[in-house]
Design a protein around this ligand. Sequence first.
Ligand code: MN
Ligand code: MN
Length: 461
Amino acid sequence: MEAKEWKEKLLMEKKNGYDRMPAGEREAMNSYCQGYKAFLDAGKTERECVREGIRLAEEKGFRAYERGMELKSGDKVYLNNRGKMLLLAVIGQKSLAEGAQIAAAHIDSPRLDLKPSPLYEDSELAYLKTHYYGGIRKYQWVTIPLEIHGVVALKDGKTVNVVIGEGSEPKLVINDLLPHLGAEQSKKTLAEGIAGEQLNIMAGSEPMEGEEKDRVKLAVMKVLYEKYGFTEEDFISAELEAVPAAKATDIGLDASLIGAYGHDDRVCGYAALRALLDLEEVPGKTAVCVLADKEEIGSVGVSGMLTHAFDTFMEDLCDSQNVPVRACLEKSFCLSADVTAAYDPNFGDVYEKRNSSFVNYGIGLCKYTGSRGKGGASDASAELVAYVRRIFDENGVIWQMAELGKVDAGGGGTVAAYMANRNIDTLDAGVPVLAMHAPFEVVAKLDCYMTYKGMTAVYMN
Ligand code: MN
Ligand code: MN
């Protein structure tokens, strides 16, 4: 063989996705990304993502699942778990005894939750106190426009949907110190520069007429009451999330990237959902899409991936075919779809370039995640990685191998271990993200689209 042939045979090809993607796929990629941006704008909280997910699913003929429902091949169902987690399935041609093809992603993102007693006045300014949710770098959340999305549950059983700051409505903000007086603050570390208890959102400044104390606070509460019908005490039973006001937008002069709040992990969540909704044929095995809540704080609770709601859903599907759920799970495959860290040349020293994922190189497969010696990782088997690279190659999915940063530089986890603990063969894969967990994260369109294609390959294989 010639040297060139040897090279092609023996060495791994590492090529930019744009040099590998057929030219005809551009249009499909762009139209997919339009849909993704619309999904991001409609879903800034887990509840909104569930609502939008159901709307899209019903458009495609999915029906709400009810226990005992008769299910036949080709049936499309969804289960809304408490408005925060969404489970969907397309019943396959084969028995569930042969396993299901599962894609699991999460739809919660880092944010600032309002405390149970958030509203106060100080120096004739009204503020809302927050408790941050997930791993944020606190200094990034000041001096950017914020909105508040969520619900207030009233004592009479009604739940009020709240969206403050959308469209032309006034936004909210957390202030930072001016540099002129920032000498002491500037000596602190990035982690300490803005403290958790300083993440107080400015909510108003105009006092109400009268002689009362806290007239600015009262005026803010009056606006909330008139608009949403809740009182200060109702904050106690509310879930109000301060999220960045920015809309999803193209980034770069070539518009090759998308900037938005909440790519982690709606970029995989949308891919998993869209691919299931777009299936043109009835899959061989039953295809299941899980959009979970609470990943950012450990996948706990009734709506996190550790919930038995998932097992119950699978058991119900299996019951309809008289298959023991354990027999189904042990033959199932799960793609744990979560974002990975894209190599950032601006911070190159925390990445190990040979094993890092790169923007525009396609969906990143992670054999393991974890930290300090793979701690907490499910570490997929070699055989499983081989299976996924085979089905991706067979289906024109551009993919790359990915590890999250240098050994001992830090680390992270996903829902993979919780799926693997259920005796489901599980592999991590997802879109490489720049500035992950920032209020405005960046991903490449090519990687988004390849993740969607990868999900289709999983469901159909
Ligand atoms: Mn994630
Ligand atoms: Mn995350």
